[in-house]
Design a protein around this ligand. Structure first.
Ligand code: 13P
Ligand code: SF4
Length: 327
């Protein structure tokens, strides 16, 4: 059957995102959405999208959405030959580590992360030498080469559980200094950290939180744990992107702020049209490299395929799998 404006998949999708996407922009997106739907079937492909992807990706072409932890878990249950990772490079590498037999594509290989950039394998080797016997916990926002030198990985959703699972009084936690300090405040474990920061979350400040409370009486403030500790201390709740979304769903705050990347609020607001979202957000330029157009291009050309040196992949996979085994 030929695709027409009426029977195309995009025809029934606009109602879902009309609060986030102006109608004048929709026809451009609709063409790419319809092409992606056809290509996904032809390639037996799925699109996994992080919570920071824009609404036309998150709500219209993604088969699975979530935080870094959910994407890592879901990647293993995917029944497809091809995974297109709509997110940043470390997320695509994690999907490949857990699915070595599948083709994993990233629509733009330059979609990096300031945290992943902040640390090298050589840095990790030096830390091992300096602190012999101290377990190294590596945030998933790192390269596979850095993961390969660590004992176990963590995400913002399970960092506390991972650290407590080790049963030690001292760990090295890399590379996010703020996440490390925020987790240290919740556990009795001494954490040796690194000076890496997320370029998006480090821009939020405690003064901004106080100003928001004054300007928007009754507002509930949620902060990602990559924010500086003084921001987390002033917030009402802190958790991973999935935990923030779940908090909004179960508490239904009439007025809410998510101190995190901009598309997150757009996506959650689409789901809860009755709530007021205040949006002092910051953009992640790396996440924003992924577009409908380059997702379509990835499926058309089967580029850019993620590959990992087997000598790195085996120990990196062990560190990720050890994390996934923590309940
Ligand atoms: P989450 O695991 O909470 O989704 O965070 C990933 C990330 O990159 C946050 O900046
Ligand atoms: Fe990395 Fe920060 Fe962007 Fe997340 S928001 S991908 S941590 S730079």
């Amino acid at each position: 059957m030929a695709l027409t404006a009426e029977n195309a998949p995009s025809a029934r999708l606009y109602a879902k995102v009309e609060r986030a996407i102006p109608s004048i922009e929709w026809p451009i997106y609709a063409q790419d959405i319809d092409a992606i739907m056809t290509l996904k079937r032809r390639r037996n492909a799925v699109v996994l999208a992080h919570n920071y992807q824009t609404p036309e990706i998150f709500h219209c072409v993604a088969d699975l959405v979530g935080d870094s932890l959910a994407l890592a878990r879901e990647a293993m249950n995917v029944d497809a030959d091809v995974i297109v990772l709509a997110g940043v490079h470390f997320m695509a590498e994690t999907a490949k580590l857990l699915n070595p037999e599948k083709t994993v594509l990233i629509p733009d290989p330059a979609a990096g992360c300031s945290l992943a950039e902040s640390i090298t394998p050589e840095d990790v080797r030096l830390l091992r030498q300096r602190y012999p016997g101290v377990p190294i916990v590596t945030y998933v926002n790192t390269s596979a080469a850095v993961k390969a030198l660590s004992d176990i990985c963590c995400t913002s959703g399970n960092a506390r559980a991972v650290i407590e699972s080790l049963g030690v009084d001292r760990v090295i936690m890399l590379p996010d200094e703020y996440l490390a300090r925020n987790v240290a405040a919740e556990t009795g474990v001494k954490i040796i950290s690194w000076a890496g920061h997320c370029e998006v979350h480090e821009r939020f400040g405690a003064e901004e939180v106080r100003e928001l409370r004054e300007a928007y009486p009754g507002v509930v403030i949620l902060a990602h744990p990559e924010c500086p500790p003084e921001v987390v201390a002033e917030a009402d709740f802190s958790g991973s992107t999935a935990a923030m979304s779940a908090y909004v769903g179960s508490n239904r705050p009439a007025r809410v702020v998510l101190l995190t990347e901009c598309s997150m609020s757009d996506n959650v607001a689409v789901q809860y049209p009755d709530l007021e979202f205040i949006r002092p957000c910051n953009l992640c330029p790396h996440m924003k490299r992924i577009t409908l157009r380059n997702i379509r291009g990835a499926l058309e050309t089967m580029g850019h395929e993620v590959t990992i040196d087997p000598a790195i992949a085996a120990p990196a996979r062990r560190a990720v799998e050890r994390m996934l085994a923590v309940k």
